[in-house]
Design a binder for this molecule. Structure first.
Ligand code: LMR
Length: 402
């Protein structure tokens, strides 16, 4: 039956992580996938998570299709703000999801089935930034939606191309679906300024675009949960309808537990129960109901002021360590007089540095130094440690001058 099946191309991120695992070299370095490591390069379980894990285990019953209600409520409040008008007015629908990817996928499925803003037969396209997280395109395409891009990054300034972005959002058809990274843009680490966010919101309102926020790094970018929610909250306050995907993979270190949420901020509370019921129908046919363990942990932390405080402290520690790695890498490159301007390494925020290395240089680093990063030149700063930063700087220097 399957002789005609061609091999799928390797995933642009997880494919590199798998090459890393196969490399027998002892002194190898994995900067490909965005997963936090401590200063010895080890995976980190947050202290607050360990603490909650010691509490007596509950049963292993199925949880509802939409997930654990206390988790969903707390997740929505975390991103939109506890006093968000949409929450008070009961016009937010939140369902638990299989991390951020699952939230995007369920949201995409819902949009495919129900988003018909105009009488024309042409379905609105989904616009993702260029570049964007390597999986965005696939997630939306697999739900049957057409994906296009808007300009986002200017490699000559290593910053957001604000002019190009606004022009593109103005020129695409009204009612398009716009994917925005809530903070810590992946892969570039370059976020719009507050002023640019305001301009984006204006265009969204003028053109009646539907925003789908992807929030994978709240609290992880600046160390401050409120600050990292700035853009989402500003959009919510404007009263527009929007979707928000949340991941608790990075900020709670719950990667493999697949903890996330999908929220629909609706105009009117009268649509809430129908939207909720259709989301449940989609979830039921895809995977029936989400896993319980990670969301229970997240719910405990989000709903207990003491645990919440402890989590915030750990967020500061993690984001602080990443900042330190950025600074060290920058200084190591400057001290080696590596050709080029490396100031973007400390300017960019979040987990990644978009180094500016080209694909040949990235492959050179992989082959000669056993340093693994994605081929677009993205390196996970969270994968670096005080011990390995000089090895990375040596590799970059060599790759740039050779
Ligand atoms: C990444 O961008 O490396 C992470 O979001 C992990 C993933 O699933 O791609």
């Amino acid at each position: 039956y399957w002789s005609h099946v061609p091999a799928a191309p390797p995933d642009s991120i997880l494919g590199i992580a798998s090459l890393y695992r196969k490399d027998p070299e002892k002194n190898k370095l994995n900067l490909s996938v965005g997963a936090y490591r401590d200063d010895h390069g080890n995976p980190t379980v947050l202290r607050v998570v360990r603490k909650v894990e010691q509490e007596p285990a509950s049963d292993h019953e199925y949880i509802p299709m939409a997930g654990i209600p206390s988790f969903c409520q707390a997740a929505a409040e975390l991103i939109l703000g506890g006093k968000a008008k949409s929450i008070i007015e009961k016009r937010v629908v939140t369902v638990q999801s299989l991390s951020g990817t699952g939230a995007l996928r369920v949201g995409a499925e819902f949009l495919y089935q129900f988003y018909h803003p105009t009488a024309t037969t042409e379905k609105p396209h989904v616009y993702i930034p260029r570049p964007s997280w390597g999986n965005h395109r696939k997630v939306f395409q697999s739900a049957g939606l057409k994906v296009a891009e808007y300009r986002y990054f200017d490699s000559s300034t290593c910053d957001v191309d604000g002019k190009g972005l606004i022009e593109d959002l103005k020129n695409i058809p009204c009612h398009s679906i716009i994917v925005l990274h809530a903070c810590a843009h992946n892969p570039t680490g370059a976020d719009p300024s507050e002023e640019l966010w305001k301009q984006i919101l204006q265009v969204v309102i003028q053109k009646h675009h539907l925003v789908f926020f992807d929030s994978a790094y709240q609290g992880f970018a600046s160390g401050d949960l409120e600050k990292d929610a700035f853009a989402v909250r500003m959009f919510e306050q404007s009263g527009i309808e929007m979707l928000v995907a949340q991941s608790f993979a990075k900020n709670m270190g719950l990667y493999g537990e697949r903890v996330g949420a999908l929220s629909f901020v609706c105009k009117d509370s009268s649509v809430v129960s129908c939207v909720q019921s259709q989301l449940e129908t989609i979830i039921r046919s895809m995977y029936s109901s989400p896993p319980a363990n990670g969301a229970r942990i997240a719910s405990r932390i989000l709903n207990d002021p003491v645990l919440l405080g402890e989590w915030k402290q750990e967020l500061l520690e993690m984001s602080g360590r990443i900042q330190e790695m950025r600074k060290m890498l920058y200084e190591e490159l400057v001290s080696r007089k590596t050709p080029g301007n490396w100031s973007h390494i400390t300017k960019q925020i979040g987990m990644f540095s978009f180094t500016g290395l080209n694909v040949e240089q990235v492959r050179y680093l992989r082959e000669k130094y056993h340093i693994y990063m994605t081929e677009d030149g993205r390196a996970s700063m969270a994968g670096l440690s005080r011990e390995t930063v000089s090895m990375f700087a040596d590799g970059i220097h060599d790759a740039v001058v050779q």
